[in-house]
Write a protein of this length. Sequence first.
Length: 127
Amino acid sequence: MPFINVLFPLRKTGKNIGFDSAADDEITEAVKFNLRNIILTSPGEMIWDLDFGVGIKDLLFEQIDLNTLDEYKAIIRGQMETYAPYIDVENISLYILEDNAIKIDFTYSINRTDVTDILEIVINQPI
């Protein structure tokens, strides 16, 4: 079962030797880091797990309709169930913006915490 990973770059906290417990804001930051990686990574990019990733950047080069957006929402939900089982997906919104940009609003809560958060990602086509 996947766990919440550490955030990079690593930084020293406290004076204890070993591990410190993480505050809600540190957990939230680590979870956002993981979710961004899942959404922005293309399948096949991680050679040790070829199924990892949504590949949302591919959407920039497709003919987009409501079915396509629904397919990507389902892909995102599936990836979260597999690689981020420590969150509950509350809402996924995909928007097509001007200049061939895509905006994702991803609302989620972190299991075993009282944290609910929104991750917003805007992807632009390179010029």
